[in-house]
Ligand binder design. Structure first.
Ligand code: NAD
Ligand code: TYD
Length: 352
C-alpha cells in the first residue's frame, strides 16, 4: 500500500513515519515535504536504511498542483496523511499569507489531486488538524467535535479553512476524508520555536524564559507518539466525513509547565535552585492569545478505541532528556533566519 505523508520532515510527520513503518509492515511511505524552515531531513535520518525499499522522499510544495499531480501519477497512493502546514501561531501573526498559501491552497491542491486520481479506485484522505480551530475556552468546558469553529489566529483560521475544504470534498464529491483535531504536541524533533523546546534552548543558552502575559493560559498536552497512534486509528477505523478530537486530558497552565521544565533542567544540568525562578520573564502577551484549550476525546475513545499511553510527567522528563542529549540537533536547526525571527518577536519585550 502506497501512502503519501505530507510534511514528513516536521516533528509530527517524522515521528509518524517512524511509527507507521515499524507498525504497518504493508506500508510503503512517500514523504512529500517542501523543507521550509521547519522541515529537517535529519528528522528522517536512518529511515531509508532501517526500512529498505519502503521509503521515498520527494521535495515538493503541496500548493504546486503540477508537482502534486505528478506524485499522484507516479506513486498511485491509496492513502494521503496530510501533516504539511505552516504550524506556528506567532509566525502567523508576523506573516499570515504563507499560512493561507500552504494550509488553505496546499490542502485544496492535495484534495483536488486526490479527487482526480481516485475516481475509479477511491483512497482515503486523513486531514491532520488542530483543536485551535475551535478558538478559546474560558475556565470550564472542553472542545467536542460539535463545538462551533471560531479560530482566533491566522494559523487556526487557515487550518479551519482546510478542514472545511476536506469536509466539502467529502459532501460534494464523495471523497473519503477523515479529520483529526489534536491538542498541543510535545516530543523529540520539535522545532525550537514551540514552547517546550524553545524554553529548553533558552535555558541552556542562559537566557530568560519569556512567558506571555501572566502565564495563566492553559494548553492541553499530548505526546507526539500518542497523537500519531490516534492518527493511525482514525485512518483504520474512522468514518468518512467525520471529525475526531485527539487529546490526553492533560491541561497545564503555561507557568506551571515552565516551572516543571525548570525543575527537570535543574536535575539534568545542575543549576542552583534559587536561580531558577529569576530565569522567568513575563513578557507582552501574544495578540489574540487563546486563553484555554481542552479536548474532549471521548468520541475517539469510544469509536476508535483511542487510549493515550504516555503519562505526561514521564513523557516530559524523557523529552527534556532528549533535548539535552541532542543539543547538536537543535543548534543545527537554529538557522540565521530563526535567529532574526527570535530577535523580531522578543526583542525589547521583557518586563525588566
Ligand atoms: P512542523 O512545523 O514541525 O512541520 C511542518 C512540516 O511541513 C515541515 O516539514 C515543513 O517543511 C512542511 N511544509 C510546510 N509547508 C509546506 C508546503 N507548502 N509543502 C510541503 N511541505 C510543507 O509542524 P508539526 O508540528 O509537525 O505539525 C504537523 C501538522 O499537525 C500540522 O498540520 C499542524 O497543523 C498539525 N498539528 C500540530 C500540533 C502541534 O502541537 N504541533 C497540534 C495539532 C495539530
Ligand atoms: P506554542 O508552543 O506556540 O503553541 P500554541 O500557541 O499553538 O498553543 O505555545 C504554547 C503556549 O505557550 C501558548 O499559550 C503560548 C505560550 N508561549 C509562551 O508563553 N512563551 C513562548 O515563548 C512561547 C513560544 C509560547
Amino acid at each position: 500500500m502506497n501512502v503519501l505523508v505530507t510534511g514528513g520532515a516536521g516533528i509530527i510527520g517524522s515521528n509518524f513515519v517512524r511509527l507507521a513503518l515499524a507498525e504497518r509492515a504493508a506500508w510503503r511511505i512517500v514523504v512529500v515535504d517542501a523543507l521550509t524552515y521547519a522541515g529537517n531531513l535529519e528528522n528522517l535520518a536512518g529511515i531509508e536504511a532501517g526500512f529498505p525499499g519502503r521509503y521515498r522522499f520527494v521535495k515538493a510544495d503541496v500548493a504546486d498542483a503540477p508537482a502534486v499531480e505528478k506524485i499522484f501519477a507516479e506513486e498511485k497512493p491509496s492513502l494521503v496523511v496530510h501533516f504539511a502546514a505552516e504550524s506556528h501561531v506567532d509566525r502567523s501573526v508576523l506573516g499570515p499569507m504563507d499560512f493561507v498559501r500552504t494550509n488553505v491552497l496546499g490542502t485544496a491542491t492535495l484534495l483536488d489531486a486526490a479527487r482526480k486520481a481516485w475516481r475509479e479506485k477511491p483512497g482515503r484522505f486523513l486531514q491532520v488538524s488542530t483543536d485551535e480551530v475551535y478558538g478559546a475556552l474560558g475556565e470550564t468546558g472542553a472542545f467536542a467535535e460539535a463545538t462551533p469553529i471560531a479560530p482566533s489566529s491566522p494559523y487556526s483560521a487557515s487550518k479551519a479553512s482546510a478542514d472545511m475544504l476536506a469536509l466539502a470534498y467529502h459532501r460534494t464529491f464523495g471523497l473519503d476524508a477523515v479529520i483529526t483535531r489534536c491538542c498541543n504536541n510535545y516530543g523529540p524533533y520539535q522545532f525550537p520555536e514551540k514552547l517546550i523546546p524553545f524554553m529548553i534552548s533558552r535555558f541552556v543558552d542562559g537566557e530568560k524564559l519569556p512567558v506571555y502575559g501572566n502565564g495563566m493560559n492553559v494548553r492541553d498536552w499530548i505526546h507526539v507518539d500518542d497523537h500519531n497512534r490516534g492518527v493511525l486509528l482514525a485512518i483504520e477505523k474512522g468514518r468518512a466525513g467525520e471529525v475526531y478530537n485527539l487529546g490526553a486530558r492533560c491541561e497545564r497552565k503555561n507557568i506551571d509547565l515552565v516551572r516543571s521544565l525548570l525543575e527537570l533542567l535543574l536535575k539534568a544540568r545542575g543549576v542552583a535552585a534559587e536561580k531558577l525562578e529569576s530565569r522567568i520573564a513575563f513578557v507582552k502577551d501574544r495578540p489574540g492569545h487563546d486563553w484555554r484549550y481542552a479536548i474532549d476525546p471521548s468520541k475517539a475513545e469510544r469509536e476508535l478505541g483511542f487510549r493515550p499511553e504516555v503519562p505526561f510527567e514521564e513523557g516530559l522528563a524523557k523529552t527534556v532528556q532528549w533535548y539535552v542529549e541532542n543539543e547538536k540537533w537543535w543548534r543545527d536547526v537554529q538557522s540565521g533566519a530563526y535567529r532574526d525571527y527570535v530577535a523580531k518577536v522578543y526583542g525589547g519585550q521583557t518586563s525588566e
